[in-house]
Design a protein around this ligand. Sequence first.
Ligand code: MN
Length: 723
Amino acid sequence: MDTAATFLGRLPLGRGWNLDGARGLLNKLRTYLPAEQIVTVRRAYEFGAKAHSGQTRKSGEPYISHPVAVASILADLQLDAQSITAAILHDVVEDTPTAIEHIELEFGEEVAALVDGVSKLDQIQFKSKAEAQAESLRKMMLAMARDVRVILLKLADRLHNMRTLGSMPAHKKRRIARETLDIYAPMANRLGINDIRLELEDLGFRNLYPHRYQVIEKGLKGRLGGQKRMIKRITNKLRKTLLEQHVHAEVTGREKHIYSVYQKMKRKEVSLDDVADVFGFRIIVDDADTCYRVLGHVHRTFRPMIGRFKDYIAIPRVNGYQSLHTTTVGPKAIPLEVQIRTRDMDNFANSGIAAHWLYKTDQSEDVAPQTRAREWLSGLDDYQADSNSEEFLESVKIDLFPDKVYVFTPRGDILRLPRGSTPVDFAYAVHTDIGNRCVSARVDRRRMPLRTVLKNGQTVTIKTERGAHPNPGWMNFVVTAKARAAIRGYLKELRSEDAVKMGRRLLDYALVEFKTKIRQIDGNRMSELLDSMALDSPERLYEQIGLGHQLAPLVARRLLTGSDDQNPDDADADTTELSITGAQDMVVSYAKCCYPVPGDSVMGHLSSGRGLVVHRQQCGNLAEFRKQPDKWINVSWEAGIEAQFTVAIRIEALDKVGALASVATRISNAGSNIDHVEVVDSDGDASSLRFSIRVRDADHLRQVMKQIDSMPDVLLVERVIAS
Ligand code: MN
């Protein structure tokens, strides 16, 4: 303990410095930390004192007294040296010019991450009073923290700030007190840290509702005399019973907590008398078996109330809490609430999750509640019962709520989105209209691409524009069902518009054979046809044609002759062609079997639901399709198409280092982009490669292939076509 002594010896004894704070901390650390770790804490203290020098708390004390007090609270929970070190440094980055990198250099990555985590939590603003908001905020903080120790540190920070709230103006006190009751006390509860929770609740309630606090406090005190005698009587009776049964147990009466009395009164709408006249007892024993034996003795001494027994040993609460609870009928029919648990369970009940960082000499012991909390924390249930504390630490570093992110709207509301969500998902989550009309986004006030993956705690602002439309490209990155459905719905509409246009063109094209046009069709004739097909407008008919559900030549015949059978003169049926414009059209697509490009001689196939699919004349699939001549139409390319078309080429090349790379270079030098490369086959001597590339037209493709063909190592280059 030499180093510990040095620590004390080197404390500056400057004016106003509360030496007891540091001495108290040191004394606590000495009970569970090895000397070499205390040296680090000492260094942190010197570092922090220097960084905060000249700063004071509202109370007038030197600032460093606050971080030391926070560290001291964590030392009560026997947290590890890193947490204690980080606690001493927790306000350094926020309140002094010291950079986080400096802390990392001096105290390592882990301590720096803890300090950074606390600083980040401090940046979250508590903006709304809504209960749901508080719940989201708690979750967001848990999700942001990544490491539970950050939360423990934040709770200790808050606890000390609550203890020293005295010097704040009244309205600030109330705000901080409410925040404490809404956010921090429930968080301590979820983590099972009862000691901190109770104190936060007490201080929070006292500062938020000073009057109510006093009334209850006084009411409880007034009953105290009588209660004390009663508690003593019952405690003695229980002790005597257990002694007779040779059970080693510690029996204590439980004190009442003002805030929980208040909550009970509010929740059950009962008077102070009803809540106050319930007596609580706790029995601590050596092992779990004894808990059940003691329960039997208690039930034999005082009659149990039906339906009030809870076995949290067999089925622990989600925060890992374990105990037996029962309520029995005491003297004068007073209800007695009795908790029975082991020493370990009791420790865990007081310090909860923090119990995992208890400095233990015996690493082998494994306690069931710890396993339970581990499961709860990581959200995983496949943990091995014997996994060691290091593994546990790792699991804690995983987000506590791994599949959600919490982000703010500009108004301060919190939205919970699936992990991976983008500003577009956010926009649709706010409102479908916002999503549909969104054009750009700001994340934490910075302009960011719409595909940016959002992080916890960010504020997202969406810019919308009248007349803006969803972009089909968004489908590539949105993750929420709502965004997907909305974009898909819009695309369907778009497709339907395109289909109507295409259907019109197809029908006009078919009517050419009859030397007429849609405009010259008799209106009555059209109505009759629509009726017979159960369609309500010509547009729906064009849509059906455009989507390939109806065949234009057949529709044309029915329009002119009222019959499907009579064939027009077939002789010049092939003389006209439908032209392909190459524009982005939702009902024209290019076959993936033969990859047609402008310049190729092509045919169009009306494929039900897909519209017009363009194939090359040489395509092997044409033979099959020719069996349904009605579904085939002649198409040709419009001149001057400006678009990129995908084609597949196969290359046989000698296996040489860099062969693939030089082919790829040739392709891009020829002005073509590569979509995909695949090594189809390799016999160790030569390889067969398949490239998907983009070209403007058949001429361009020929140039690219010529370039490749001229390479010495290339044996063959050919266009791929389905056979
Ligand atoms: Mn602080």
